[in-house]
Write a protein that binds this ligand. Structure first.
Ligand code: ZN
Length: 233
């Protein structure tokens, strides 16, 4: 792990626990990308922040925490939103990407860019009582669009902030996401899609097949797919 550079896009309910686990594991460099500031509603699930961080940028507060507790891990603070203007620049600087984004349409945007640049990444999402994690090795394993072919309309799905989520559950999914990132970095396949339902107390994992007609990684590939609708903004 010593030479690995990982970029965490979205340092919230998933990105905070993922960052902590990756620093504990000795990842050499962790990029933290998020334009938001710490709000009081974040504190129950975003474990790198406390009252004293309210109003600070998340990347500054998270970077300071990680530097204090894991001085051997280098952190890079990027207080920017991930978008068309900076996606290629930042993805190319890192070996692996953690999707800590909050909206499904942004996750598709990240999926399409990572597939386009052949950048390994780990998708994760949590809404209310359900969570999922999908490590993706572009061109070799199923991507998010293989599983969900059509991007939902902007704001069609609630974020965990809107729908509500248990802090302990989003943290569990973030730690699982970091675990899969470490396996992906180590080439330890096979790579499973994890689905967890905390209310039904069910955990399932499968190796999803690729969709040969996938518009991101298959025959249905659409050039510049990534610059559509919401994602162009
Ligand atoms: Zn695909």
């Amino acid at each position: 792990m010593t030479k690995t550079k990982m970029l965490i896009i979205g340092v919230g309910g998933l990105g905070c626990p993922a960052a902590l686990a990756l620093a504990e594991a000795g990842v050499d460099t962790i990029g933290l990308m998020d334009p938001d500031k710490v709000e009081i509603s974040n504190l129950h699930r975003q474990i790198l922040y406390s009252d004293k961080d309210l109003g600070r940028t998340k990347v500054e507060a998270a970077g300071e925490y990680l530097q204090k507790h894991f001085p051997k891990t280098k952190t890079i603070q990027i207080p920017e939103a991930f978008g068309v203007g900076n996606a290629e620049k930042y993805l190319k600087e890192y070996d692996l990407v953690i999707d800590g984004l909050d909206r499904l349409e942004k996750k598709f945007f990240l999926n399409d860019w990572c597939v386009k640049l052949r950048k390994p990444f780990v998708h994760a999402g949590v809404v209310k009582f359900e969570g999922q994690v999908l490590p993706v090795l572009p061109g070799q394993t199923a991507c998010l669009r293989c599983l969900i072919p059509k991007i939902p309309p902007p704001f069609a799905m609630p974020t965990c902030q809107e729908a509500g989520v248990l802090g302990s559950f989003s943290q569990a999914i973030g730690f699982l996401q970091a675990h899969e990132a470490l396996r992906l970095a180590g080439g330890e396949g096979p790579f499973h899609l994890w689905k967890v339902d905390i209310q039904k107390r069910e955990t399932r994992s499968i190796i999803p097949g690729r969709n040969l007609d996938c518009e991101a990684c298959g025959k249905g590939k659409v050039e510049d797919q990534v610059v559509e609708g919401f994602c162009a903004s």
